[in-house]
Unconditional design. Structure first.
Lengths: 208, 208
DNA sequence: AGAATGTTTCAGTAGTTACTGAAACACAGG
DNA sequence: CCTGTGTTTCAGTAACTACTGAAACATTCT
């Protein structure tokens, strides 16, 4: 079931077909090299995730699904990354919630498989949309609330003219403009996915 | 010695978290309203920072300097945010390293003051540049390293044709394309600051 | 019904990061 | 030199987040 090339039998898919705790696999040098390269990517991706506020394991699971480009089940993930069932389960669910990983039922199999989206641009769109909603929108709302607290209607005309009040209002305005525009850019991606982004990119690269 | 605020003794300002119902300073209602609005912004900004991998205090200090739009010294910051000297000192230094806060000497004063950049677009540029350097560049390098481990020269022609190897190489290529383009976009901002970004925005808004 | 298999939840804990308070340091002025 | 004032560093600790292992739950098969 594996490849059309040399005698790769069982081992690769052992985890997917049985629950047996794996007696060490015999892997060809090519396979070992492949796994090494994949692990390298997975680890780096995990590190990057951390600094962007995504926990390491979640990022690693995603990297694994993305890089192997094939559906894996919970046990595959647990085994490959050396993590617990609970952790794998929760993280996979979260990835599904983000929409960048999909559940997949194989006909005639009870077990559920997971696969990553293959289109990086689409994944980016999904993530951008979600983070905008979760993090930028509340800030925008707060800014507007602050502005309201400091407008003439709330403070009176004289007070609203104070230097310190004016200064703060200017800063709020600057930040609001920035976030509003950023939001607008995000909007372009959301719903447009790949086509949207490539269009943006094309336009940009031509313009500069 | 602090800012233009009246007699400060007793416990800290009501500023940050409402742990103590503090003996109120003699502040006009307008001033109190101003502080309340500022605190609101500061707290939100701190929360957002956290989810983007910036620690809360650092984000809050920056928010404070930005929103008040005036130079503050270490003690001002400590007092307003209820944080220790060590923490304030370290965080201020880090903000200076990022380039979004500047040290400022007042003539005839020993004490050093700090002020935030006023231009949100410029701040964004600085942060983008730094994060690109710290986080995207290493990933790009890793991707290329992985690709090299899996090319014909390393694996031989037959092995390089294996389905699983091909699949991983395709995924690596997809990710590389994405990051390369993203990098290019970032480049446009860096050094161009406001003008660069506004140009981007104009181009985009016209194109869609 | 019970067994076999797969999935989800959760209390407790390990591991990590952020923060404090105090001490060390730097330096200008007496 | 010492004293006063401001700045930086750092060991120890508090606060927080991620993870495990086990138990509860769900579903299908006999």
């Amino acid at each position: 079931m594996t490849t059309a090339t040399p005698t790769t039998d069982g081992p690769t898919s052992s985890a997917t077909t049985t629950t047996t705790p794996p007696a060490k696999k015999t892997a060809s040098p090519v396979e070992r090299q492949l796994w090494t390269a994949q692990d390298l990517f997975i680890r780096r991706w995990g590190e990057m995730g951390q600094t962007w506020g995504i926990n390491r394991t979640m990022a690693e699971i995603h990297a694994l699904l993305y890089i192997t480009a094939q559906p894996l089940c919970t046990d595959d993930v647990m085994e490959r990354l050396n993590i617990s069932r609970g952790n794998a389960s929760m993280s996979l669910r979260a990835l599904c919630d983000w929409g960048i990983v999909r559940r997949l039922h194989k006909r005639g199999e009870r077990r559920e498989y997971f696969e990553s989206l293959g289109d990086v641009w689409e994944m980016f769109s999904l993530i951008a949309a979600e983070r905008k909603r979760r993090e930028m929108d509340p800030v925008l709302e707060t800014i507007r609330q602050c502005q309201q607290m400091l407008d003439e209607a709330s403070l009176g005309k004289a007070a609203a003219k104070r230097k310190d009040v004016q200064a703060t209002r200017n800063r709020l305005a600057g930040m609001e403009e920035f976030m509003a525009v950023t939001n607008k850019i995000f909007q372009q991606f959301i719903g447009n996915a790949r086509s949207g982004l490539t269009r943006v990119v094309k336009v940009l690269l031509k313009a500069f």
